[in-house]
Design a protein around this ligand. Structure first.
Ligand code: GLV
Ligand code: GLV
Length: 325
């Protein structure tokens, strides 16, 4: 029996080929844009699909499951899975799977890049050159700060957070303090990371705060106005996880008031929109959700997203099945 898959946007060929080689039938949205919801729903009405291969830009919820009642698996081309209503899926016996680990190095490296870009004022300096403002060596322009001996306050010590901690401690000599709902013995051993039992205790200790948690009901606005008051005035905030983990409007106010020194954001509360005033702040770097945008990470995500579907159709255990408690 052939299986039919709907793919909401073109993913790298390596994943498509795996599905083709299995002889599965599939339809794929071919426009190079986020699929409009109405188009996705109307495509799902046209045929009976057994599987969905989705991106983080699609909200996969009860309405989608009602529209495509034959779907038995949703494979999300992302490590994050907040765009899928997993509880609703599981209620209906639909498996949800993701691509954990595919983008660990990419996002960790990107985190380091954002930290260095902020602490060395790279973006402003580049703009200064392009504006023709450089008039000769100046001992006082673009003075940055160094990371050796400074403290990383890690919020979330999963794969990505741990890898960022490794890079920043081993490579750049930072001290690591971390908060998570679970202790992580590996980074304690490998990086001398010190566990702190609440975010409130972590924030006053950190020179760089970096967030690496999934977006869950419990992590929505994990950082709010009260938290920014606890940060060192010299500290910077990095968010490469999911926008709603940070109260973005409160962050704009905090930056304006100088409660913290800067921020680098790759994700936004109402993506692709950004909070009013965010782009007017000088000490902020904004990137368009590109943490996992490397050739290797994206190919690996495609392979894993395809593999999830293949495992399911072949009756095997879906190794990257998302489990929510
Ligand atoms: C990207 O944000 C991902 O979740 O893979
Ligand atoms: C992602 O893979 C994480 O666990 O941080």
């Amino acid at each position: 029996m052939s299986h039919r898959i709907y793919i909401t946007r073109k993913i790298p060929d390596v994943g498509i080929k795996m599905l083709q080689d299995k002889g599965y039938e599939f339809d794929m949205y071919m426009e190079n844009q986020v699929i409009p919801r109405a188009e996705m729903l109307s495509a799902l009405k046209e045929k009976e699909y057994d599987a969905l291969l989705t991106l983080l830009t699609e909200h996969i919820d009860a309405e989608v499951f009602d529209t495509a009642p034959s779907v038995k698996i949703v494979s999300n081309y992302a490590v994050g899975f907040n765009n899928v209503d997993v509880v609703e899926a599981n209620k209906r016996g639909i498996v949800v799977a993701n691509t954990p680990g595919a983008s660990t190095s990419a996002v960790a490296e990107f985190t380091v890049a954002l930290i260095l870009a902020l602490t060395h004022k790279l973006i402003d300096a580049d703009q200064f050159m392009r504006d023709g403002k450089y008039k000769g060596w100046d001992p006082y322009i673009f003075l940055g700060t160094e990371l050796a001996g400074k403290t990383l306050g890690l919020i979330g010590a999963g794969r990505i957070g741990s890898e960022a901690a490794r890079m920043l401690s081993h490579g750049l000599g930072m001290k690591i303090k971390y908060y998570d709902t679970r202790r992580n013995d590996v980074i304690e051993k490998e990086c001398g990371a010190v566990f702190v039992s609440s975010i409130e205790e972590l924030l006053p200790l950190a020179d760089v705060v970096s967030i690496h948690v999934p977006l869950l009901p419990t992590t929505h606005h994990l950082l709010n106005r009260d938290h920014f008051k606890l940060m060192k005035k010299t500290a910077i905030l990095i968010n490469t996880s999911r926008g709603p983990v940070v109260d973005e409007t409160a962050l704009v106010t905090a930056l304006r008031e100088g409660l913290c020194a800067g921020a680098a954001l790759d994700v936004y509360e109402n993506e692709p929109h950004i909070a009013d005033g965010l782009d007017m702040l000088p000490n902020v770097i904004l990137t368009p959700h590109i943490g996992s945008a490397t050739d290797i990470a994206r190919d690996t995500m495609a392979v894993m997203a395809a593999q999830n579907i293949i495992e399911f159709f072949e009756g095997e255990e879906v190794k990257n099945k998302v489990v929510v408690s």
